[in-house]
Design a protein around this ligand. Structure first.
Ligand SMILES: N[C@@H](CCC(=O)N[C@@H](CS)C(=O)NCC(=O)O)C(=O)O
Length: 229
């Protein structure tokens, strides 16, 4: 039995992040596809947040851990994965900042812009979740899409700062989180700037199958929702 069990949903980029990571890090893992099971009593007992990816590992105080970035941070700390998560406090702070900025700022925009096309439920309080008419929902979706340009530019200008990756010559976990997230933008044929296209290609070339194999699940899902029935 593998040391690490990762409970996943294949079409999700939050899950894609952790799936790329365990492969890129060369960890001993197994994946459990929990599609349709996240509301089950067993899953809720293990994970009251009902969220994937979920790591299951004996060493954890409650055996389970969710939040893609926390999973990557924990496994890097545990296995001393210096290249993916540098221990120098200043270097690490930049990686953490890039990930928090993604979860708190970029991802909500990506979700509002893409979830309607992906047929994913939106969050309570969002226009897309409400009883608002279709025109208002489309307006909210368009506003989110229009707002994506600014945080993207922040990644280019501040976090990359002329480097190939946020991590410099090699990707760090913030790069895995960013590249996985940008995969969803294909659902809306978002016109990614050239630098971002080159960045995505560099990530895939650097990580090889560790990236391409799980990304194929997300890409396949996007292709399926874009294909007219
Ligand atoms: N911030 C979290 C987001 C996790 C999340 O929203 N997971 C969704 C899939 S994208 C989920 O598991 N939802 C439960 C379900 O769809 O049943 C992370 O990065 O892990």
């Amino acid at each position: 039995m593998a040391e690490i069990k990762l409970h996943i949903l294949k079409p999700s980029v939050n899950n894609l992040t952790a799936r790329i990571f365990v492969r890129a890090a060369g960890l001993d893992f197994e994946e459990v596809d929990v599609w349709g099971q996240t509301q089950s009593p067993e899953f809720l007992k293990a994970n009251p947040a009902r969220l994937t990816p979920m790591l299951e590992e004996e060493g954890l105080p409650r055996t389970t851990l969710w939040e893609s970035c926390a999973i990557m941070q924990y496994l890097c700390n545990k296995h001393g994965l210096e290249q993916l998560y540098p221990s120098d406090p200043a270097q690490r702070a930049m990686v953490d900042s890039a990930m928090f900025y993604l979860i708190g700022t970029l991802y909500p925009l990506v979700a509002r812009a893409t979830y309607p096309v992906l047929h994913f439920p939106q969050y309570p309080g969002e226009v897309g979740w409400s009883e608002a008419d279709e025109a208002s929902k489309a307006e909210a979706q368009a506003a989110a899409e229009a707002a994506l340009g600014h945080p993207l530019e922040v990644y280019r200008e501040f976090f990359m700062d002329g480097k190939r990756f946020i991590g410099g010559e090699h990707p760090v976990i913030a790069d895995i989180r960013l590249a996985a997230t940008l995969e969803f933008l294909d659902a809306i044929d978002y016109a990614l700037p050239d630098w971002a296209r080159e960045y995505m290609a560099a990530m895939e070339s650097e990580l090889g199958d560790a990236y391409a194999e799980p990304a194929a699940d997300v890409r396949g899902y996007i292709a399926s929702v874009k294909t007219p029935a």
